[in-house]
Design a protein around this ligand. Structure first.
Ligand SMILES: [Zn+2]
Length: 303
């Protein structure tokens, strides 16, 4: 799904090819998944998972293509940002490392500097490991300290690898697990990304840091995610942004709410909607005809 200046377009994903996947994964591992339909995480052969894994990676590449072609400023792929997948094994429900693959393409084939923000509740270890040696990719992971995968407690500035682990306020100088901690992390990321002269931002927008989500004890709220989105777009008003959904485990409540509000805010659709509403209200005050009002409604960007 991609947004253009004042509209929203939806595209079909495609499967990533073996050649594309080989940029960040071993050929044996790719063959295990795509030909033998096995990964270490699920018992037996699972052709359905193989197909999905290739589509999840390819969908992120479709979104990246829109940004590289200048057709959109914000591109969203909710099944994207499988941030635990490693070079030759799957981990944490993640089979192929789509963000590392997209960053490899953007940085090496298009000479773009990519800064990756990951605020999923879990450390983005796979993305970090697979991009750490690339000087044109910066990673910054905000996550809960001590939960799966247990890494991400140190930063490696010389490799553009940054971590921002969150713990209980007061313990070892931690700043807490709520919205304030999230926003401080996002502000630090913006500073680093500017110093890095980032030309593309990738955001692993995990919703599992929401206060209701059972997979972490972080206490982020929808208001916090919304403020983070606004801050990011205000700091990078013209920078192409690729968003992947990463984790989220309340599919009937907070997960879609977090994703929808974050993406709406960062793509500026909400501000456009407000502007159009203001136009409609102004027209109403001027006692314009009903025809004018319907034109304003026709411009509503979410249609
Ligand atoms: Zn997660």
């Amino acid at each position: 799904m991609e947004t253009t200046d004042c509209s929203l377009a939806i595209s079909e994903p495609r499967s990533a090819t073996k050649a594309e996947l080989s940029r960040v994964h071993s050929s044996d591992y790719i063959a295990d998944v795509l030909d033998r339909h096995v990964t270490g995480q699920w018992a037996g052969a699972r052709p359905d998972l193989s197909e999905l894994a290739a589509l999840f990676a390819g969908g992120t590449l479709v979104a990246l293509d829109f940004l590289l072609a200048g057709k959109a400023k914000t591109a969203i792929h909710f099944p994207g940002a499988k941030h635990h997948a490693q070079y030759d094994y799957s981990s944490g429900f993640c089979v192929f490392a789509d963000f590392a693959l997209a960053a490899d393409i953007a940085s090496k084939d298009f000479s773009k500097k990519v800064a990756i923000l990951d605020f999923d509740a879990h450390h983005g270890d796979g993305t970090e490991n697979l991009t750490a040696e690339n000087p044109n990719v910066l990673t910054f992971s905000i996550h809960e300290k001590g939960i799966f995968p247990g890494t991400g407690n140190t930063s490696v500035p010389e490799k553009n690898v940054y971590n921002y682990p969150l713990g209980d306020q007061g313990s070892e100088g931690e700043i807490g697990k709520g919205d304030e901690a999230l926003l401080r992390g996002v502000a630090r990321f913006c500073e680093l990304a500017k110093d890095f002269n980032a030309e593309f931002l990738f955001i692993a927008a995990g919703a599992d840091g929401h206060t209701d989500d059972p997979l972490s004890s972080l206490q982020f709220t929808v208001a916090g995610y919304t403020a983070a989105a606004r801050y990011l777009r205000e700091n990078f008003p013209e920078t192409p942004i690729l968003i992947g959904g990463a984790g989220g485990y309340l599919p009937d409540s907070s997960t879609p709410e977090v994703w929808a509000t974050f993406c709406q805010e960062i793509s500026e659709l909400s501000r456009q909607a407000v502007a159009i509403q203001e136009i409609a209200e102004k027209d109403e005050c001027m006692e314009k005809s009903e025809e004018t009002e319907s034109i304003a409604v026709d411009k509503e960007p979410l249609k």
